[in-house]
Design a protein around this ligand. Sequence first.
Ligand SMILES: Cc1cc2nc3c(=O)[nH]c(=O)nc-3n(C[C@H](O)[C@H](O)[C@H](O)COP(=O)(O)O)c2cc1C
Length: 204
Amino acid sequence: MTATITNFNIDQVRKPAYAIDPVFIERWSPRAFSDKEVPDEVLYSLFEAARWAPSAANRQPWRFILARKREDRERFHSFINEKNRLWCEKAPVIVLVLSKKVKDDGSENAFHAFDAGAAWAQLALQAVKNGLVTHPMGGFDKTKARQVLNIPEEFDIHAVVAIGYQANPEILPEAFQEREKPSGRNPLDNLVFEGQFSQPVENI
Ligand SMILES: Cc1cc2nc3c(=O)[nH]c(=O)nc-3n(C[C@H](O)[C@H](O)[C@H](O)COP(=O)(O)O)c2cc1C
């Protein structure tokens, strides 16, 4: 099952240059969320997908703090920027993605952020498979999030992710309605180099 997309044909907006699984272009970040609750089985399957991500030395540094109850979501809203709150308050699930910065011996794990990125990506792709949409956000106050959610210093705070079922864009404030469509991507030539770094200066 894939997410319901309302106001465009995804194949016209996103054209992969090579054959890929459709899930990669079907994942995008809408802002129109229905307030329909996400059943446990459907939601926890996203974390299960994240759990199987690769990580340096299999340290699995990713952590997820989940808000579903009204009072938990309100606590999350208290550290999210107003511009994001305008649309994300409807989302029935909000998740904060963290990673443990240190190894068990207390030394730095240089790969914790790389690994947490992989885990979040797996979560987002499984969401598409489960008929859900996700929207990551960096627009929030990390210091406040740490304080409000009691997050120890040895964990880095990365992003908030709104999760839920997609709604009709008409529910959004007008300013967001015309932006409610999937974006494109840079061509492969700009990001894949063979043999050595060779990006033309104008593209750096
Ligand atoms: C780390 C990160 C932070 C982001 N912060 C915000 C944000 O604060 N507000 C927002 O509306 N979108 C935010 N986004 C969503 C991006 O704008 C979006 O992923 C990007 O434009 C690509 O579009 P797509 O996800 O629809 O493919 C963020 C995405 C990431 C990965």
